[in-house]
Structures are given as structure tokens and as C-alpha cells.
Design a protein around this ligand. Sequence first.
Ligand SMILES: C[S@@+](CC[C@H](N)C(=O)[O-])C[C@H]1O[C@@H](n2cnc3c(N)ncnc32)[C@H](O)[C@@H]1O
Length: 275
Amino acid sequence: MRAMVFPKLCVGDSKDVLKSFDGDIIDFVLTSPPYDNLREYEGFDFSFHDIAEQLFRVLKKGGTMVWIVGDATIKGGESLTSFRQALYFQEIGFTIHDTMIYQKNNFSNPSRTRYHQVFEYMFVLSKGSPKTFNPLMDRKNVYVGYSALGTNTTRKKDGGFATQRKRTIQEYGMRYNIWKGNTAGQENMCKHIDHPAVFPLWLARDHILSWTNKNEIILDPFCGSGTTGVACKELDRNFIGIDIEKKYIAMAEERINSLQGADDYDLFSISGVEI
Ligand SMILES: C[S@@+](CC[C@H](N)C(=O)[O-])C[C@H]1O[C@@H](n2cnc3c(N)ncnc32)[C@H](O)[C@@H]1O
């Protein structure tokens, strides 16, 4: 394949576009696919199995993918498409490294028969063991300054107690795997972006920081308005975006070029802290 110029934005079905890529070239995939026809996207559907196989092929060994997805409620029951997809990823060779939750600070569809739905799954999948993990250390510890672990605090398999080195609890610890924060709408992005399912910029930034290093290659095969690309530009990563809809690629290009994102973003203030 010829040398790529970044950002690289492609109009087309990911099923076909990905086939034109060499294998083992992508460090990280961050994406939110269309799910269960909840939104119509100009009538396009997508071939999940073909795309899943192509994503595995183009990812480098040790590369990671974050697949953000929810389920529709169909005839009164949840579709569980998300789990079926996760199981298929596992079948074709991906490791299910973690199942994380994106908990929204708001719900979009009120429910009368069950609690309001405020989360999506974030399946963290890897091709072998992840080669990069830069944990975000922004969870404020309640017991800062106290000592943690000593004799008689941790049970062993045989029921006895293990002795562990005492340590002083630091002010901030590693974030948990439920990330709570504003939706794109709450970040005021939807004022500017004419796309039905934008994810928030903080979510893209925080995953990119966690799973990649500078100058690596990041792919969003359903890039929509280009949120992943905006975060890549801010964080000095190389972006490849694909969308079947020409007007969304034009939108992504404009956003990346003008770096239009959240109005007032402070790296650790929106998400994560004190979940
Ligand atoms: C959930 S949206 C992604 C939104 C994006 N994360 C953002 O922040 O704007 C899914 C996108 O997938 C695109 N899409 C649907 N089927 C596709 C396919 N087969 N290949 C590429 N893109 C597709 C839709 O046009 C839509 O923009």
C-alpha cells in the first residue's frame, strides 16, 4: 500500500474500504457502530461479520479496539446485539480485554416500565495482549493519607491472612472501568454538529490517552462527524476515518481542520473524578 497522509478520510462502506488496507497497520480502533437500526443514517445498514473480520486483520498484534454499543428494545425486550457482537469478536480471535461502561449524565428516551437507560457498553478488545496501557489516574481517593493493607487485611485461598506491605493512600488512584460523564449534547456539541449519534469528545480523548501513544495510527470505521479524528489531532495521533455517508465525511473534515469540539474542556474535569 502507498504511504498514507493523515488524517485520511474515506467515503465508503467499511466492509470494502478496509479490504484495500494492508494487514497489521492499525494501533487502535475507536468506534461506535450503528446499532439495531435505532437511527437510520440515510438508510444504510452494515455487514457486521465482514467488518469485524477486516478489523482483526488490519489491527497490529497487541493493538486494541474500543467498540461502543448499546441495545435497542424490540417488542419489549433488549436485543442483546451488543453481546452477540462481543461473542463473535471473541470467536474470530479477539481477546475480550474488558467490558467497560459509559454512563451518561442524562437519558435520551424516558421509560415508564423500567429504569431510564443511561449507559452503553464499551468492549475493549485486543489482538493478543494490549501493547499499551496508560491508565488515567484521576479518581480521587476518599482515604487519602491513610495506610492501606497490612497484616490481616487480605484473605488467602486457604482462608488464612496474607501479610502485605503497608502503603500510604495517594490523593488520586487509577480510574474505575465505569466512566461517567456528559453526553455530546450536554457538551453543547450538538449545537454545531448535524449528526444523530455523536459521542462526546472527552470519551474519545480518554480512550486514546489510555490505549495509545503519540504518532500511532488510529482508525474509526464508522467515523460519523469525526469526533475520534478531532481527539487524534489534539493528541498528536494519526487518524483514519471511514463513513458510508459523504456528508458526514465532509463534516468530519471540517471539524478536524477547524478543531471544533467541546466548548470548554479541561482534561480531567468532565469525566472520571469521584464516580
Ligand atoms: C454511531 S454513528 C458514529 C458517530 C461518531 N462516533 C461521531 O461522534 O460522530 C455511526 C456512523 O456509521 C456510519 N455507517 C453506517 N454503516 C456504515 C458502513 N457500512 N460503513 C461505514 N460507515 C457506516 C453512519 O453513516 C454513521 O455516521
